[in-house]
Every structure is written in structure tokens, then in C-alpha cells.
Design a protein around this ligand. Structure first.
Ligand code: IVH
Length: 694
């Protein structure tokens, strides 16, 4: 083989093409046929050679280069993707009589006595994706989002080896392939084990792990997680060569997409039932979670005739399995104190395998739930795990109750700090009144502060935070950023005065010079933070990542937001679509508390909060403008209109104020239109709006 330095450009291009093809063949054979085409060593050699050639000829990097599988640099947010063909969901059924009704309905609609052939497919419990190909090249990946607008996860999808980046020449010019991204049970357990060791937050189930991995702004992290996928349907297609779902699966196979081996054609109700029962039986031994079966009318002409209800097809239905259950015993009932002081009871269970996943805790929700189900320590219980919910206790097996068992008495004081725990009249939760004097609340707040969607500081896992808090190294968020300064260097100057709060990280158990340096580096990397992350990190009650983003979009700088909140000016806040009165109340209360003000001012001495600049669709006339829709729209639903506006980088508000830039008026527009006229706000008809966003 020629030395990379001696390659001509043409030779380099040829070789890159060859490597991309070989590695793609190998990926398909490895992940889908279970029959490796290259040895690990051959694979690694090709990968290295590819990298060396690309380093020398960066302009030759191919869109299907294997080097793209390792992830791309971090992004501050996901761009939006409009689905030209909406990504719909499915209607649910839970029993055979409902299945009979469904089939009957299909026959009636088609005016036939014959039962059509159905494709019965396992319903993969993951996250749906759409992968767009143009001229045989993978160009864009998207999540489902609300069905009409999803998030651009191109960089993340590329990292999944099972996704072909190039299609054979016979594939349609434009083609959107849709399916499910999932994490296998084994990969989920391994990931959680690793995270437990590293003191990181673990995932509740494979589905959450898949979602958390796929929706990573840093796709290099996605690349490290093991994700898999199955393809099962299509979106936009330029020329459709298949006439049935079965033929479509044949195409998918040919194009290199993984399809589920249990997809099966069924020509009668009995056959469908049999396949359903079969999968329910083998479900727990499958390497991935499925939560039911999907039945699709096989013939596409019939599908087209059947069409759609509002959000679901008439030609397909999801038949759900009952949640997976198991019997185990409650070893203990613990009360966890959350960031906002909520006391949450958790049952520690005798670990048990539920459908292939080991469960050792279940949530008990709140004190009423414990009373209602009369749950006691030592009880035998039926627990269940259903898709994306934390395992729950279905019921107590009373016959197995121990003789000396005692009713569980919910504490009236905080188990962590001893402060009174009170329950507001209309609330189900009891809360510790200790505020930040309660170590549990303080620790939870710190944990939240450094968590993935907030400051995301590597090396500061839950256990580390807890230890640092108990030893007085970190008491509040600002302390994180002075830790390096307070750390005593390796060689101690005997004559230097000892600084207050000083310690020696490198001498602590589990730490060394290198890990201490890494931690300082990770912290220093976060001295500048985006506005949405910062707002979320503060841990204001009810303010999750979505709300934090809305606030950032509407205020742009932290000081502007802070000033208005301290002045208790909430008019603008409440006018934001998605923020309500109760949330606004929590936000204002947060800023009113002196302790919080001190935390923020201390923090701002250490870090810089970046201004939020909305980069989506800068060229649109609605970019960064506030729009209100009112009246009945003719050409689109309100949700569609909203999605369209957001796509243009606009903010959508629910009411008209002096901050409103445009009011789009449908028929029978009422007071909002009048108010817009009074305030002199730009008024647009629906047609004018659509014209402007073209
Ligand atoms: S077909 C219009 N097939 O289930 C039909 N969906 O509840 C679109 N899902 O959003 C979906 N396995 O995320 C289809 N074999 C399968 C599926 C499947 C899992 C998910 C998908 C969809 C949801 C609907």
C-alpha cells in the first residue's frame, strides 16, 4: 500500500470511496447479518487509513465517510425540522374484542366481507426517527417531535452504525425512512452499571436511555452509547416501487436497513392472535423492549383508501401488551427529599428480573398512595414495569402479609434535617420547610446544578457532590468555581497561612493528581454558560429545560430576566405561550428569596452567562418577533400555525400586548384583534402570513 504522503488527489479520492464501501459492507454484515465481513483488525486498519487520508485531504471527506460515525462537535440547541409528511402516531387497543372491532371497522370502511392481509410487527419501545436520503446519500435525521416539527439529529443518527449512509442506485431519489431507535437491554444494563461506578445518574429504563442518548447536543456522547434501530415505514418518497408493506420490507433489506425478524404477514384474525400471543410469550427473552404489536393493512392501495383520522391512520393499530409484572418483597420504605423539599417515598425491593431488566426500587408516589394501597415494609407485592414509567407497585398480596407487620406511618418531619414537613391544602406532596438549611435539599440542588442539561460538569457525580457537601468543600453553587483556588498545592509551604476552607483534593480517597486536575479543567470549561442552561440550573420549581429555553428566547439576557422578576413584572412572562400563572408565581417567589439572590450574585462573580441569540431562520421576517394567532384559521390548525411560526424563529404568545409584533387574524377574531388595532400592532390575514413565510 502506498504511503499516504505519496497519494495523488485522485488516488486519495478513489481510496476513500473504496474504504467507505468496504466499511459500510462490514457494518451491515456485522450488525444485521451477524456474520462479520472484516476482522476487527482489518476494520481498524481501514478506519485509521481513512483518517490519515482525510487529514491530508480534508476537502475530500465524503458524506458517507466512516469518520463521521464518531460524532460531531457540540451544538447549543437542535435545529427544527419540518416533516413534510407528518410523523403520525397509532391508535391503541388492549384486547382481542377491540382487535375484532378494528378489523370489522376496516372491512366496513372498504365495504368488503373479506379480511385484508395484515402485516403484524413488534412495537419497538424506543424513539421514532426519520432519516432523509437525497440521491442515495443520508442528508438529515429528525426526531418525531410533535409530529409536524421535530429536531434535527443528523449528527446523532450518523453515529448509529446500523444506519446506511449511502443507498444503492435503485433507491428513490428522495426517500425518508422511518423507524425506531432503541437501546438493547444488555447495553442499557451495562451503561447503568458504568454510570453507577462513576457516580452518575442512571437511566430508569432502556427507552429513557435511548432518548437521552439520541437527543444529545454532543453527538460524540451518542457515539459512545450503543444504540440500535429498526426501520418500519416511510415518509416523503419521490418514486414508490412497492405495493405492499411486505414489499417495502424487502426494499429496506436490499437498501441495508435492519428490519425486525418477527414481522409477519397474517391473513386471519386467528393468525394475528397467535402471533400476538407468541410475541407476548417470548417478549422477556428478546434482547430489546417491545410494548405491543402493530398491525398494518398490507396493501398500500387499501391503506390509501382507508386514509387517516385526525392524528392516526385508519389502516393500522397498536395492540399493547399488558405491563410486565413480577412478585417481590419490600425490604424498606425510604423517604427521599428532593430539590424543592418534596418528600417522596421509595420502596427498596428484593431485586427482581422484570421482563429482562433488574428492578430494585419502585416509586410509591406520595403518602396517600401508601395509605390507599396499605403498603407496608415486609409485604409481598406485585410490581410492574411499563415502558417509560418508573416501576410501580400494583398491589399488595395481603395473604402473604407477615403477622407482625405494621402500618407505615409517614413522617411529619424531614428525615434529613428534622424540620417540619407540611402539606399544603390542595397538594399531594408533603414538603420539608428547611429550605437550604436542609442538607438533602441543598445537595439535590447542587446535583441538579451540575446535571446533564444544566452545567453538565464531568467528575461531579451524585456521590462526589454529597461528600463535598458534607465535608464543607461545596456548600453552594458558587463554591464549585472556587474549588481549584482553595485546593492546597502538592508541596505545602509550612510558613504560608492556611486559607479558610482549604483542603487537598489529591489526597482524598478516590482522588489523585490527575483526576483533580481533570475536575478543575471540567469546571473551568463551564465558566461560560448558555442562558437556557443557566436558567434551568437554578432549579426553580416547575422550570424544566423547555421552559428555560422559552424564557431565554423571550428575554435574551439573564440580567433582563432577573430585573423583571425581582421587580415582580410578570406580564411579559405570562404572555409567553407555554408559561402559566402558577409557573410565573414560582419564578417570582424564587427571585424574591434573599438566599437565592445571594446564590445568584455569588455565582455571577465566577461565571459568565451568555446572551441568547436565536440562530434559527435569521432571514425570516418573523425571526425573533412575537406573534399572536386569533380567530379560526382556515388553511391550518392552530398547532400547525404555531409550529410554522416557531420554525421561522418567532415567539408565539397567547395574548396581545405592547410586546407583540404581529397578530394573525382568522375569521371571527374577537377582542385580541380589537386590542391589536388599539395598540397599532401589525395585523396579518392568514393568507398574508402564509405568503410571508414561503
Ligand atoms: S408505524 C402511521 N410500526 O409506535 C404509522 N410504529 O404508537 C406510524 N412504533 O410513533 C408508525 N414500532 O414510534 C410503527 N413497527 C412499528 C413500530 C412503531 C414502534 C412506535 C412509533 C410510533 C408509535 C405509535
Amino acid at each position: 500500500m502506498k504511503n499516504v504522503n505519496e497519494l495523488t488527489k485522485e488516488e486519495a479520492a478513489k481510496e476513500l470511496e473504496y474504504i467507505a464501501q468496504e466499511m459500510s459492507k462490514s457494518d451491515i454484515s456485522y450488525y444485521q447479518l451477524d456474520n462479520p465481513y472484516l476482522t476487527d483488525a482489518q476494520y481498524d486498519t481501514l478506519k485509521l487509513r481513512n483518517q490519515q487520508i482525510e487529514d491530508r485531504f480534508p476537502d475530500l471527506i465524503r458524506s458517507d465517510s466512516p469518520s463521521r460515525r464518531v460524532g460531531a462537535p457540540i451544538k447549543s440547541e437542535f435545529a427544527k425540522v419540518h416533516h413534510r409528511f407528518p410523523m403520525l402516531s397509532l391508535g391503541d387497543i388492549f384486547s382481542i374484542p377491540e382487535l375484532e372491532d378494528f378489523i370489522m371497522g376496516v372491512k366496513r370502511f372498504l365495504n368488503t366481507t373479506e379480511t385484508p392481509i395484515f402485516m403484524a410487527e413488534p412495537k419497538i419501545d424506543g424513539l421514532s426517527f426519520s432519516a432523509r436520503y437525497e440521491n442515495g446519500q443520508f442528508v438529515q435525521g429528525a426526531t418525531r417531535g410533535d409530529g409536524s416539527t421535530g429536531e434535527d439529529i443528523t449528527a446523532n443518527l450518523i453515529t448509529i452504525r446500523q444506519l446506511p449512509l449511502t443507498l444503492p442506485p435503485d433507491a428513490p431519489k428522495t426517500l425518508e425512512i422511518r423507524g425506531e431507535v432503541y437501546m438493547s437491554k444488555a447495553d442499557f444494563l451495562a451503561l447503568n452499571q458504568k454510570y453507577e461506578k462513576e457516580n452518575k445518574k442512571t437511566f430508569a429504563n432502556p427507552r429513557n436511555a435511548a432518548a437521552g442518548s439520541l437527543r444529545q447536543l454532543d453527538s460524540r456522547i451518542t457515539a459512545e452509547r450503543k444504540l440500535s434501530l429498526f426501520a418500519y415505514t416511510w415518509g416523503e418518497v419521490s418514486e414508490k416501487s412497492w405495493h405492499t408493506q411486505a414489499e417495502f420490507f424487502e426494499c429496506l433489506k436490499k437498501w441495508g436497513f435492519p428490519i425486525n425478524p418477527y414481522n409477519k404477514l397474517c391473513s386471519s384474525l386467528q393468525e394475528i392472535e397467535k402471533h400476538f400471543q407468541y410475541l407476548e410469550e417470548i417478549r422477556s427473552s428478546l434482547p430489546y423492549d417491545i410494548d405491543g404489536m402493530v398491525y398494518k393493512v398490507n396493501d398500500i392501495v387499501l391503506q390509501e383508501r382507508l386514509g387517516f383520522l385526525t392524528r392516526t391512520p385508519r389502516w393500522a393499530i397498536a395492540h399493547k401488551f399488558p405491563a410486565e409484572q413480577a412478585i417481590t418483597t419490600i425490604n424498606n420504605i425510604r423517604i427521599q427529599v428532593g430539590r424543592t423539599g418534596a418528600l417522596t417515598p421509595v420502596a427498596d425491593l428484593e431485586p427482581i428480573n422484570v421482563g429482562g431488566v433488574i428492578v430494585s426500587h419502585a416509586t410509591l408516589h406520595n403518602e396517600d398512595e401508601i395509605k390507599r394501597k396499605d403498603i407496608r415494609i415486609g409485604d409481598s407485592v406485585i410490581i410492574q414495569r411499563a415502558g417509560d414509567v418508573i416501576p410501580q407497585i400494583v398491589e399488595v398480596i395481603k395473604e402473604k402479609r407477615l403477622q407482625n407487620s405494621q402500618e407505615f406511618i409517614f413522617p411529619q418531619t424531614c428525615p434529613e434535617c428534622g424540620a417540619h414537613a407540611i402539606r399544603e391544602e390542595d397538594e399531594a406532596v408533603r414538603r420539608c420547610t428547611g429550605g437550604l438549611t436542609c442538607p438533602a435539599q441543598a445537595i439535590e440542588r447542587l446535583i441538579h446544578f451540575v446535571s446533564r442539561d444544566a452545567f453538565d460538569i464531568e467528575g461531579l457525580g451524585n456521590k462526589v457532590i454529597e461528600e463535598f457537601y458534607r465535608d464543607g468543600i461545596i456548600k453552594n453553587p458558587a463554591d464549585i468555581f472556587t474549588i481549584e483556588h482553595r485546593n492546597q498545592p502538592e508541596t505545602l509551604d509550612l510558613f504560608a497561612p492556611i486559607q479558610p476552607n482549604s483542603f487537598r483534593l489529591q489526597n482524598r480517597e478516590g482522588w489523585g493528581k490527575k483526576s483533580a486536575e481533570n475536575l478543575f479543567k471540567a469546571i473551568n470549561n463551564k465558566r461560560s454558560i448558555s442562558l437556557p442552561r443557566f436558567i434551568y440550573a437554578l432549579g426553580i420549581r416547575q422550570v424544566g429545560t423547555a421552559t428555560a429555553l422559552l424564557i431565554a428566547k423571550n428575554y435574551n439576557t439573564f440580567s433582563k430576566f432577573q430585573q423583571e422578576m425581582i421587580a415582580q413584572e410578570t406580564a411579559k412572562l405570562i404572555s409567553i405561550d407555554g408559561i402559566g400563572g402558577s409557573m410565573a408565581k414560582d419564578i417570582v417567589e424564587f427571585f424574591a428569596e434573599e438566599h437565592n439572590q445571594k446564590i445568584i450574585s455569588d455565582l455571577l462573580l465566577q461565571i459568565n452567562v451568555e446572551e441568547y441569540i436565536d440562530t434559527s431562520r435569521k432571514d425570516s421576517p418573523f425571526s425573533n418577533k412575537t406573534i399572536v394567532f386569533t380567530g379560526t384559521l382556515e388553511k391550518m390548525t392552530r398547532a400547525e400555525a404555531k409550529a410554522k411560526a416557531l420554525e421561522q424563529g418567532a415567539k408565539v404568545a397567547g395574548s396581545v400586548s405592547k410586546n407583540t409584533d404581529y397578530v394573525v387574524i382568522g375569521t371571527d377574531a374577537g377582542s385580541k384583534a380589537t386590542k391589536a388595532k388599539e395598540l397599532g400592532v401589525n395585523i396579518l390575514s392568514e393568507t398574508e402570513f402564509l405568503e410571508l413565510i414561503k
